[in-house]
Design a protein around this ligand. Structure first.
Ligand code: UD1
Ligand code: CA
Length: 459
C-alpha cells in the first residue's frame, strides 16, 4: 500500500459568512468546521495531514490539536492551486498519494476517502477527481470528457462555454493526487482565467494529457456540501444531527423525537438509554444504559449513570450523576457536582463542587456549593450553603444521616456531624457535633391579646 497523506485547504476567509471569525472556525455541533475533514482523514487512516491556513491562521492552528498535523501558511489567497503549492515544503520528500480536501466541507465520510484512495491506487492515475451529479450544477467546475469518455479537464463555471454549462458531472473539490508529480504540474499552472487565480483544477488537464486523469462519482452530493453561509451551516448541522441520531438509534438508544435532539459527535450513549424531546448533549457527555432523560435536558461534559432519571429541563455541566439517581425537574448541576448512587435532587436545586452521598436527598429549592454531603442525609427545602465571603470560597461538610431542617443557612466553613440535626430556619455559624441538634434562630415570643392593640386604619 502506498503512503497516503492529506492536504486540507483552509486559507479562505469565507466572505459570505459576514463574520469576524474565519469560516472554518465556525462551530458545527460544537466543533469548529475544520476539525471535520481532519477527523475524516484520521478515521481513514491517513498518517500525515497538512492544513493550509491563511485567514486567522493562529486561531485555526489552536483549534486543531494533534501531533499528526502540520500547517502551511498561504498569506495571500491566489487560488486553490496556489494554496496547494504552499504545502510543498511541509511535504518535502513525500512520495505517494495526497488526498486534497476543502476545510469547509464537513460532511465528507472517511469511507468515501478510503474508496477514493483505493480507486486511485487501482487505476494508477496521477489525479482522481471526486465528482458528483447534483440536481443543480451551477457554480461548480464541470468535468469535461472527450468523445470516448476520457476525462480531459475541469472548467470553472464562470469560464464555461454554453455547451460546457450543460455538463452535469461536477467537481466536489476533493481529489487524490500523486506526489511529487503534483508539484511539477502546479508549477506549470497559470492564472489566465476570469478570476486571475491559480486553479488546482488545471492539473487535471495536465494529467489527462498523460492519460492519467480519472474521476469517481459520489452518489450522495450531501456529503460534499460546502459551507459558504450561515444558512449552509444550519443545513449541514441538520444533516449531521440526523446522521448521528440515526446511528444512536441503530445502536439501541431511544430518541423520542430525533428531529429535536442534538447530540454532539463526542458524546457516547449506551443501549437502552432514552432521550426525550429537545435534549442537547454536548462535549464528552456519557449516558449509561437505562438512563432516562426527559424533555429539555442540556448536558455538557457530564456523566449520567445507569438507570438515572433526569426529569425535564435540567442543566448539567461537568457533573457526574451516579446510577439510579433522580434529578429535577429544573435542577442545575454545575462543574464538580457528583451525585452518588440513589441520591436525589428536586426542583430548583443548584449544586457546584458538591458531592451528594449515597441515597442523600435535596428535594427542593437549595444551593449547595463546595459541599461534601455524606450518605443518607436529608437536606431540607431552601437550605443554602453560604460558601462565599466576598473573597474566598469555603467548604461545608455534612455527615452521614444528618438532617438539615428547611430554610437553614450553613455559613461555611462549617461541619454538621453525622446523625446531627439542624433546626429549621437556623443560621449555622458553628460546627454541630455528631448526633446533636443545632438550633440557631431567635426564640419565639407570643404576645397574648395582640389583636386588640394592633394599629388599624381609621374607617
Ligand atoms: C472549487 C473548485 C471547483 C469546485 C468547487 C467545489 C477550483 C479552481 N475550483 O471552487 O471546481 O466545483 O471548489 O466546491 O479549485 N482556498 C484556499 N486558498 C485560496 C483559495 C481557496 O485555501 O487561495 C480554499 C478555501 O478556503 C476553500 C477551498 O480552498 O476551503 C475551495 O475554495 P473556493 O474558493 O471555495 O473554491 P470554489 O471557487 O468554490
Ligand atoms: Ca466553494
Amino acid at each position: 500500500m502506498k503512503q497516503v497523506c492529506s492536504l486540507i485547504l483552509a486559507a479562505g476567509k469565507g466572505t459570505r459568512m459576514n463574520s469576524e471569525r474565519a469560516k472554518v472556525l465556525h462551530p458545527l455541533l460544537g466543533r469548529p468546521l475544520i476539525r471535520f475533514p481532519v477527523e475524516a482523514c484520521r478515521d481513514a487512516g491517513v498518517g500525515r495531514v497538512v492544513c493550509v491556513v491563511g485567514h486567522q491562521a493562529e486561531q485555526v492552528r489552536d483549534a486543531l490539536p494533534g501531533a499528526d498535523l502540520a500547517f502551511a501558511l498561504q498569506a495571500e489567497q491566489h487560488g486553490t492551486g496556489h494554496a496547494a503549492l504552499c504545502a510543498r515544503e511541509a511535504l518535502q520528500g513525500f512520495a505517494g498519494t495526497a488526498l486534497i480536501l476543502c476545510g469547509d466541507v464537513p460532511l465528507l465520510r472517511s469511507e468515501t476517502l478510503t474508496r477514493l484512495a483505493a480507486q486511485h491506487a487501482a487505476t494508477g492515475a496521477a489525479v482522481t477527481v471526486l465528482s458528483m451529479r447534483p440536481a443543480d450544477p451551477s457554480g461548480y467546475g464541470r468535468l469535461v470528457h472527450d468523445g470516448v469518455g476520457n476525462l480531459r479537464g475541469i472548467v470553472e463555471h464562470r469560464d464555461c462555454s454554453p455547451e460546457e454549462l450543460r455538463i452535469d458531472e461536477v467537481n466536489t473539490g476533493t481529489y487524490a493526487v500523486e506526489l511529487p508529480w503534483l508539484w511539477e504540474a502546479l508549477a506549470r499552472v497559470g492564472n489566465a482565467n476570469s478570476q486571475g487565480e491559480y486553479y488546482l483544477t488545471d492539473v487535471v488537464a495536465a494529467a489527462a494529457a498523460a492519460g492519467r486523469a480519472a474521476s469517481l462519482v459520489l452518489e450522495d452530493p450531501e456529503e460534499v456540501m460546502g459551507i459558504n453561509s450561515r444558512t449552509h451551516l444550519a443545513a449541514a448541522a441538520a444533516v449531521l444531527r440526523r446522521r448521528i441520531n440515526r446511528a444512536w438509534m441503530e445502536a439501541g438508544v431511544t430518541l423520542e423525537d430525533p428531529d429535536t435532539t442534538w447530540i454532539e459527535p463526542g458524546v457516547a450513549l449506551e443501549p437502552d438509554a432514552s432521550v426525550g424531546p429537545n435534549c442537547r448533549l454536548e462535549g464528552s457527555t456519557r449516558v449509561a444504559a437505562g438512563a432516562r432523560l426527559d424533555q429539555g435536558v442540556v448536558a455538557t461534559d457530564s456523566v449520567i449513570g445507569a438507570g438515572a432519571h433526569i426529569k425535564p429541563y435540567c442543566v448539567l455541566a461537568e457533573a457526574e450523576v451516579g446510577p439510579d439517581t433522580q434529578v429535577g425537574p429544573f435542577a442545575h448541576l454545575r462543574p464538580g457536582t457528583e451525585m452518588l448512587r440513589g441520591s436525589r435532587v428536586g426542583n430548583f436545586v443548584e449544586m457546584k463542587k458538591t458531592t451528594l452521598g449515597v441515597g442523600s436527598k435535596a428535594n427542593h429549592l437549595s444551593y449547595l456549593g463546595d459541599t461534601l454531603v455524606g450518605d443518607g442525609a436529608n437536606i431540607g427545602a431552601g437550605t443554602i450553603t453560604c460558601n462565599y465571603d466576598g473573597a474566598n470560597k469555603h467548604r461545608t461538610v455534612i455527615g452521614d444521616g444528618a438532617f438539615i431542617g428547611s430554610n437553614a443557612s450553613l455559613v461555611a466553613p462549617v461541619t454538621i456531624g453525622a446523625e446531627a440535626t439542624v433546626a429549621a430556619g437556623s443560621t449555622v455559624t458553628q460546627d454541630v457535633p455528631d448526633a446533636a441538634l443545632g438550633v440557631a434562630r431567635a426564640k419565639q415570643r407570643n404576645l397574648d391579646g395582640w389583636a386588640a392593640r394592633r394599629p388599624r386604619k381609621k374607617k
